[in-house]
Design a protein around this ligand. Structure first.
Ligand code: COA
Ligand code: MG
Length: 299
């Protein structure tokens, strides 16, 4: 699985921002047709995004090497808006890696999008299953169905928690410390893990506050999130590095695996390292961290 640490949202009606985004080191660019685009601009944004997709593929060789693995997604409008079908018709092309789907209430909403995507893939000669799905969990009903949403289709690669819409829908008041969101954020992580997809945290809106971004992202990683939605280019580097295992973590994980393998070779299922017990789940977690570090190093 390739890393989905940083997903930069780019308003689909802002040509200069789309152009700028081409050169940014986010793991995923998400061209937005939904809430960053006003109603009157929906049609022109759809046309602009559709025209921009081919150009977002890295061109020059060094650019390609630098941006290996960078993905391009489009956030369509919700099914309830009545715009989703037309959005999909415009953007499902070989140039995209996936669709970000806002506000699904249930698995059925996800399979409805999947059916349209599958038909367009087959009509347009795109490999079946190429276009992945990244549904948001951002309503009360969506949270209650988060596991079903995450496991609705093999195309689902992750689920994103959307705090703004979620608090709007539930009447929860947001505070600086975010304690009111611990429960839904944790639920999203658990649902994603149960469905074997990647949990992605909500955007941090206060984009001039780097310390706040770092705090929120550090907590997100501790909660089990593997990536975060972003709204501004300045958020890419700090969040990429929070979700990248540090050299110390990699070094410790290597020592854990070595100690555990030595123990197993001697017929033991547990051993100790630096005064701490090492057994199967701990060794497995260390191996997983090394895999994540490897996949990030390959970017
Ligand atoms: N993607 C690409 N480029 C972006 C960007 C984004 N999300 N946000 C800002 N930029 C660009 C600006 O165009 C500007 O480019 P320039 O230096 O070539 O002029 C540069 O980054 C610096 O931007 P800055 O002046 O600091 O911010 P701004 O006032 O232009 O924009 C926002 C601030 C919040 C309006 C803008 O970041 C934004 O629209 N973000 C995305 C909103 C969104 O997608 N919401 C839905 C999220 S789920
Ligand atoms: Mg939203």
């Amino acid at each position: 699985m390739e890393p989905l640490r940083t997903l930069l949202f780019v308003p689909g009606n802002r040509r200069n921002m789309i152009e700028k985004a081409r050169h940014l080191p986010a793991d995923v660019l998400v061209l937005d047709l939904e809430d960053s685009v006003p109603s009157l601009e929906k049609a022109s944004a759809r046309a602009l995004v559709s025209d921009s997709l081919a150009g977002l593929a890295p061109e020059r060789r060094e650019e390609k090497a630098k941006q290996k693995g960078r993905k391009v997604f489009v956030r369509i409008n919700s099914l309830a808006s009545g715009l989703a079908q037309e959005d999909l018709e415009s953007v499902v092309t070989p140039g995209i890696d996936g669709i970000s789907q806002p506000k699904p209430s249930s698995a059925r909403d996800v399979t409805e999008v999947e059916e349209i995507v599958a038909r367009l893939e087959s009509e347009r000669g795109i490999a079946a299953g190429h276009v992945k799905l990244l549904p948001w969990v951002e309503t009360a009903e969506g949270l209650l169905h988060a596991f079903e949403i995450a496991s609705a289709s093999p195309r689902v690669v992750g689920i994103s928690f959307g705090a703004e819409d979620f608090t709007l829908d539930t009447g929860i008041t947001r505070t600086e410390d975010g304690s009111e969101l611990l429960y839904p954020r944790t639920m999203v992580v658990i649902a994603a893990k149960a469905a074997n997809v990647i949990p992605i945290d909500t955007p941090y809106n206060n984009f001039r506050d780097e310390a706040g971004l770092i705090n929120e992202s550090t907590l997100a990683r501790r909660l089990g999130f593997e990536g975060k939605c972003l709204i501004h280019p300045s958020q890419i580097e700090p969040v990429n590095s929070i979700f990248r295992p540090s050299p110390e973590e990699v070094d410790y994980a290597r020592r854990v695996v070595a100690a555990f393998e030595a123990a197993v070779a001697q017929g033991f299922g547990s051993t100790s390292l630096d005064g701490k017990m090492i057994d199967i789940p701990i060794a497995t977690r260390a191996r997983r961290l090394l895999m994540i570090a490897d996949s990030i190093a390959g970017r």
